[in-house]
Design a protein around this ligand. Sequence first.
Ligand SMILES: [Zn+2]
Length: 363
Amino acid sequence: TCSRMEGPSVCVCVCVYPQWASVNRAVLICDQCCSVHRSLGRHSSQVRHLTHTAWPPTQLQMVQTLYNNGANSIWEHSLLDPASAMGSRRKTAVYDKLHPNKAEFIKAKYQMLAFVHRIPCRDEDLLAARDLSKQLHSSVRTGNLETTLRLLSLGAHANFFHPEKGTTPLHVAVKAGQVSQAELLGVYGADPGAPDVNGKTPIDYAREVGHMDLAERLVEIQYELTDGLAFYLCGRKPGDTQDLTELAKAAKKKLQLLSNRLFEELAMDVYDEVDRRETDAVWHTTQTHSALATAAAVPFLPVNPEYSSTRNQGRQKLARFNAHEFATLVVDILSDAWRRQLGNSCAVLKGFAHQPNRVPNVH
Ligand SMILES: [Zn+2]
């Protein structure tokens, strides 16, 4: 069920004909800008092709609404503010060079979040984050998506359990029937299976009020990681994975010995690698006549500064697996995730969605 963006639109870098969207930033971008977004990694920007990637319709609707309502101004707040010192800083223009001009601008904007509005200095960042998260609870009850995205960009937690109300923001959004808010929270890692103070999950509430479409979509979000891995396998035809070499058997054994925490990390890393490989395939399909095709390759997962160097090295090594080896790894992870879930010892199938990077310090 692919949907298309409607009406005329321009890339936020003032490039015409955007072909891609950044889902977590809720902006539309052109091929050139997308090449830079991809190089930043999913933790900064989750890119999807507007027509060559299948979209959940309500997710596309969420991005479209935010984009039409000027979500871009969230990422350029201080550039638009004449009182700010940044106000004199020029945005990139259509005919600027991709490297270094546009690339530097995109990195400052989406990786460093250099132009996001910072709230006044507080005693403790932790306290500030709690405040923001409480505001998030109020915001998701309304239709105002921009406020929600602004709060999330400032460091509000999508899974914040409100101590007085006994709910997470997703409970609030679902009870209020705010589908787009639920989509946005999902992109920022909200867990549809998290219980509230009464032991009920957002999925439970969606079913209770008879909002079955939303309930189904929430289940999809909950199983995004394992579904993503499974769909990858369906497309790849991994061959007979029963025929394991000694090396693969050893790897499988090692996988089973991982702690739940490390297993969860590995599953998330492999999911990122699946996304990199699939986006790469779309990229090459859509760039056959473009000089960008090879110039803008993303040969392995970009560094995520929030992870240890060991983990980042491990993530980059995933690119070395050939299609068959990688498919074998994905099969092993799926079967071990299943085993762990049966043992009820692990929440690995829940709440795996990625937390895109945030303003490191709320000053
Ligand atoms: Zn652009």
